[in-house]
Design a protein around this ligand. Sequence first.
Ligand SMILES: Cc1ncc(COP(=O)(O)O)c(C=O)c1O
Length: 465
Amino acid sequence: MKLPAQGLSADAVLATLEAYAGGDFPYESGRAFSHVFEPAPEVAELARRAYLRFLTPNALNPAAFPSALRLEREIVQMLAAHLGGGPETVGNFTSGGTESIMLAVKAARDGFTARHPGQVAEMVLPDTAHPAFHKAAAYLGVKAVVVPVDPTTFRADVPAMAAAITARTALLVGSAPSYPHGVVDPIEALGALALDKGVWLHVDACMGGLMLPYFRELGAPVPAFDLSVPGVATLSVDLHKYGMCPKGASLVLHTDRAHRLHQLFAYAAWPGYALLNTTVQSSRSLGPMAAAWAVLNATGDAGYRSLAAALLDTTRKLLDGVRAIDGLAVAGEPDFTLFTFHPREGDAGYRLADALGKRGWLVQPQPAWDGLPPNVHLCVLPGNVGHERAFLDDLAAAWDEVRAQPGEPSPRGAIGGDLGAMMASLGVTPDRLPDEMAPINELLEKLPPELRTDLLRRFVNLLYG
Ligand SMILES: Cc1ncc(COP(=O)(O)O)c(C=O)c1O
């Protein structure tokens, strides 16, 4: 494809974009259990207006655009107050959870190497911590030391993490909650451990930061997890998840300004402008920040509390409904809107996910891990409220269908040939994935995790042309 010789008309451009969007998941359907965090229609419309108003200003230069500094400070203050921060709490607006985590790991690494010049920093993390930590480790040259979680509760195993700490440990990680099982790690115990060992603790509250305080107010047993817990050094919270802000909105918060210094990057030893960056990105639209400010202010404490009540109610209905289906089990005791379930016997979790997909539900299959069979993950979203019965009826039907059929043997032996041909033989094309993903997932699961990861990375290299 080349640039069109002459610019196309706005109508032609928009018509083509609409056609491209035609194959996307219908996210307004209430059937997406991931990805779609959409506020009430009037707030969404306000966010769009705020976004467009600030589309062009560049957050790189708060001297030229002082609104950038003001918006960012106010957003940080609102969230710091929400998450147990004190007068010393500082933070920055980032493009997402991954960038917030990347910056927290960078700060911990640079804080560590300032104290231990020349040493490679280590990070001790539960195996349920989000892959963004591994990405940060890979980008930043930090060694990730992974510790399995407790196999029954799926929460971080604090004694095992303590045993993994060395003289090179820069930080510990806990999640509130973890993505795969929706449980909050024992942050108080991890904070005490961090203080005892003189290392930093990062709390990944990307998913839970906005809603967990309301869940607690509503009577749910939410363990302590925020900035007020002694030992917590940094915390990530995504506004573009349960803050319902348009994507490109997250915060990294520090309990101490001295820590934040290690996050920042400056360069003034070249003939051009002095580069002063709080984040990985440099030039960036102020749109996401203005939209986030608009959504936070338009929703307010009362709006988020009532959203939390609705999400809690829907999550409980879904949990009760899944537990009531003969032959299915929920993993652990989820603390949040994220949970996963699986057949009690056998390994038909992938086929169950496919059967739900065929009925129009967007759910995520998760691999077998440490004793848990393949399972089906739900992230309960505002759009799902009111669709509980429809989902549970479809789940019951999908499960009846799956358990009536013996599993197809997975296409072993396909591995080893040309990757493109192998993917084609499994029905994967550059345009779409096949409707039945179970054979692919079962095949991938047979591989050791490192090989699986490498294969997927090579596949993405083909996918993007
Ligand atoms: C617990 C947790 N942390 C971090 C992330 C990464 O967030 P993002 O996709 O915004 O980079 C996610 C994403 O789902 C998450 O669930």
